[in-house]
Design a protein around this ligand. Structure first.
Ligand SMILES: NC(=O)CC(=O)C(=O)O
Length: 275
């Protein structure tokens, strides 16, 4: 199958975890009823994006948020990239984790953010995920009936090596639950999704929370889909909403045939390998 309908869910995030799960559920029902194959939620969609919140909202795999996501996928018979949530392990370490479920509600992938978002921009955004989070250590590509899809979380996508490795592992689409802010969003959001798309000849997809100017962290919004040619196919504004977009994977093949970048690499001079 060469065409996949994906849905961006740019939802508003509140303090109340259960309300956030209900909002996600409402949107997922809607996009499934409109024929989407795969729905995507934003980064840290169960909690306002604040380091102090992560331990308070953290759950074990198999707890309420995990099960709710699994049920949403199963009841609506869609793939679900469950944004990300704070996940805790048996050592009480906390990760920024994205779970992916298939149409039967089975977990088919799990990505723990590998690059923690620690920045301090003069007169701009400061954030230190490492105050409460631990980094993951795996690169994530999962399989579907449409082909392979790469998955990483927000700051991860700033590292071009990761996008290239996912493409080398067969990804034709790279999905990024994210939450850029009002310092880095206007400067880097489009540029980053376009660069990774052109370099790796993949569709890139970013899904962010809607903007809340009174929130503790102001999300840029602008959830985005970019083609393997580098064109912005669709970009949302800052408001809450959803959009279904059809991606044609034959177009990935076409671009890769016309511009055979992968096979033109000088692997005798350089190479990039997963460790
Ligand atoms: N939220 C993030 O992980 C990253 C981000 O906002 C940025 O890179 O900018």
């Amino acid at each position: 199958m060469s065409k996949i309908k994906i849905a961006l869910i740019q939802m508003h995030i509140e303090e109340d975890k259960h309300k956030n799960l209900e909002t996600a559920n409402k949107f997922i029902k809607k996009v499934a009823s409109e024929g989407c194959d795969l729905a995507i939620l934003p980064e840290m969609f169960t909690t306002p994006y604040k380091t102090e919140n992560f331990p308070l909202y953290a759950e074990f795999e198999g707890d309420k948020s995990f099960n709710t996501l699994s049920n949403m996928a199963k009841e609506n018979s869609i793939y679900l990239v469950g944004g990300s949530i704070p996940e805790k392990d048996e050592k009480n370490l906390i990760y920024n984790t994205s779970y992916v479920f298939d149409r039967n509600g089975q977990k088919i992938a799990k990505h723990r953010k590998v690059h923690l978002f620690d920045i301090d921009v003069e007169d701009g955004q400061c954030f230190k995920e490492s105050d409460t989070l631990t980094a993951g250590n795996k690169i994530t590509v999962f399989d579907t009936e449409f082909g392979k899809i790469g998955l990483c979380i927000c700051f991860d996508f700033r590292f071009p090596e990761l996008g290239r490795l996912m493409a080398q592992m067969g990804a034709q689409i790279i999905i990024v639950p994210a939450a850029f802010n009002m310092t880095t969003g206007p400067a880097h959001w489009d540029l980053m999704f376009r660069s990774r798309a052109v370099d790796n000849q993949v569709y890139t997809v970013g899904c962010a929370p809607s903007r809340d100017v009174n929130g503790c962290y102001i999300s840029y919004g602008n959830s985005i889909v970019v083609s393997p040619w580098g064109d912005i196919i669709y970009k949302m504004d800052e408001k809450e909403g959803y959009k279904i977009i059809e991606l044609d994977l034959d177009y990935v093949k076409k671009i890769r045939k016309e511009l055979p970048l992968m096979s033109a690499r000088r692997l005798d001079l350089y190479e990039l390998n997963e460790k």
